[in-house]
Design a protein around this ligand. Structure first.
Ligand code: SAM
Length: 300
C-alpha cells in the first residue's frame, strides 16, 4: 500500500506551514461563535445504537468502498474523496497556530505520537484500542524503527476491513475486535496482548459515555503493559491563564465529552504518571490532544 512517507521531523514540517495568530483563528473554524456563546450549540444526542450506526454506516462504509475500489490509496486520498471538506485546517502545536493540509496533519500527528512511544521501546507490541481505520497506528509504525508488532483493535467491522487493506503487506500488523465498554475490552480478540506492550487510545475514550474507568484501567494493567498512553483531550491538564486554554475547555464542555478518565488515572494507586506532553490541536484549532503517559507503579 502506498504510504505518505516524509522523513523530516514533525518540527521541520510544522515550521514550514503558514502561521496565523489566535485572533485570526475564527477565519478557519466555525466554532468560535459557539465557544464565545454568541451562537447556540447543543451536541447531537445519540443513543449507543445511533453512534454505532454513524461510525459504521456513515463514516467507515464509504471509506471502505473507496479503499476496495482503488488499488493503492493513501489515507488522505481516501478521506478526502469521501469528505471533500477535509482539505486544510488550522492546527496548534509548539504554542503556535499554523495551517496544515490533511495529509500533513496525519503525518505530523504520527510523528509526535511516535516520538513519545519511542521513549519506551523496546516493547513487543504497540496496541491501539479503538484504532478506527488504522490511520494513527500505521502512521506511528511509519515513524518507528522495525521491531515491535502493531495490534489495531476496533469494534466497527468496516474500519477493521480498511485497516486490513492498508496493512496487507505488513506482516507485523495484526487486526482484531475490541469494545471498551466490555471487560476485558479485547474479549473478542483471539490472540493475547503480549506482556510489556505499549497500549494507547487516540480520541476514543472521550466519546464513550458509559466507560467504566476503574474497570478499564484495571483491565489494561492486567496485561502488564510497559506503558499506557492516552492521546485524548484531558482539560484537567490545562491552566486557566491562556485564552486558548479557556477556549479548549469550553469546546470540551459544550460538546459534553466524557471526562472522568483523567481523574480515574490520577487517583489510581496502582498507577504512576510518567510523562505528560500537552497541547496539540489538529483539524480543529480548539480541540486538543493531551498526551498522558502512565504505567503500573511497580514496573515503571
Ligand atoms: C474518533 S475515532 C478515532 C480513531 C483512531 N483512534 C484515530 O486516532 O484515528 C473513535 C474510534 O472509537 C471507536 N469506538 C466506538 N465505540 C467504541 C468502543 N465501545 N470501544 C472501542 N472503540 C470504540 C470508533 O469506531 C472509532 O473508530
Amino acid at each position: 500500500m502506498k504510504q505518505e512517507k516524509n522523513r523530516a521531523t514533525w518540527q521541520e514540517i510544522w515550521k514550514k506551514a503558514p502561521q496565523v495568530s489566535l485572533d485570526q483563528t475564527p477565519g478557519y473554524t466555525s466554532w468560535l461563535p459557539r465557544l464565545l456563546g454568541t451562537e447556540k450549540w447543543e451536541p447531537p444526542q445519540r443513543t449507543p445504537k445511533e453512534a454505532w450506526r454513524e461510525y459504521e454506516k456513515e463514516l467507515y462504509t464509504p471509506l471502505l468502498n473507496y479503499a476496495r475500489t482503488h488499488p493503492s490509496p493513501t489515507y488522505a486520498e481516501m478521506f478526502q474523496s469521501c469528505f471533500p471538506g477535509l482539505t486544510e485546517s488550522c492546527c496548534f502545536a509548539a504554542n503556535e497556530f499554523r495551517i496544515l493540509s490533511f495529509e500533513k496533519t496525519v503525518d505530523i500527528r504520527g510523528k509526535i505520537f511516535a516520538d513519545i512511544v519511542k521513549k519506551y521501546l523496546p516493547a513487543p507490541a504497540i496496541v491501539e484500542l479503538g484504532a478506527g481505520t488504522g490511520k494513527t497506528l500505521l502512521s506511528i509504525r511509519e515513524n518507528l524503527p522495525p521491531g515491535p508488532d502493531f495490534i489495531g483493535l476496533e469494534p466497527m467491522p468496516s474500519a477493521r476491513e480498511i485497516m486490513k487493506i492498508f496493512s496487507r503487506t505488513m506482516p507485523d500488523v495484526t487486526i482484531g475486535e475490541c469494545d471498551l465498554l466490555t471487560s476485558p475490552p479485547w474479549k473478542a480478540f483471539t490472540k493475547k496482548i503480549p506482556e510489556g506492550s505499549i497500549i494507547y487510545t487516540s480520541f476514543t475514550t472521550i466519546f464513550l459515555k458509559g466507560l467504566n474507568c476503574t474497570q478499564y484501567i484495571s483491565d489494561i494493567l492486567s496485561t502488564s503493559p510497559k506503558a499506557v498512553i492516552s492521546f485524548e483531550p484531558f482539560p484537567g491538564l490545562l491552566d486557566n491563564i491562556s485564552l486558548h486554554n479557556l477556549l479548549i475547555k469550553k469546546y470540551i464542555d459544550i460538546n459534553k465529552y466524557e471526562n472522568k478518565l483523567f481523574h480515574a488515572i490520577k487517583t489510581n494507586k496502582n498507577i504512576k504518571i510518567i510523562y505528560i506532553y500537552i497541547q496539540i490541536c489538529f483539524l480543529q484549532a480548539h480541540f486538543f490532544h493531551a498526551q498522558l503517559l502512565y504505567g503500573p507503579k511497580n514496573k515503571i
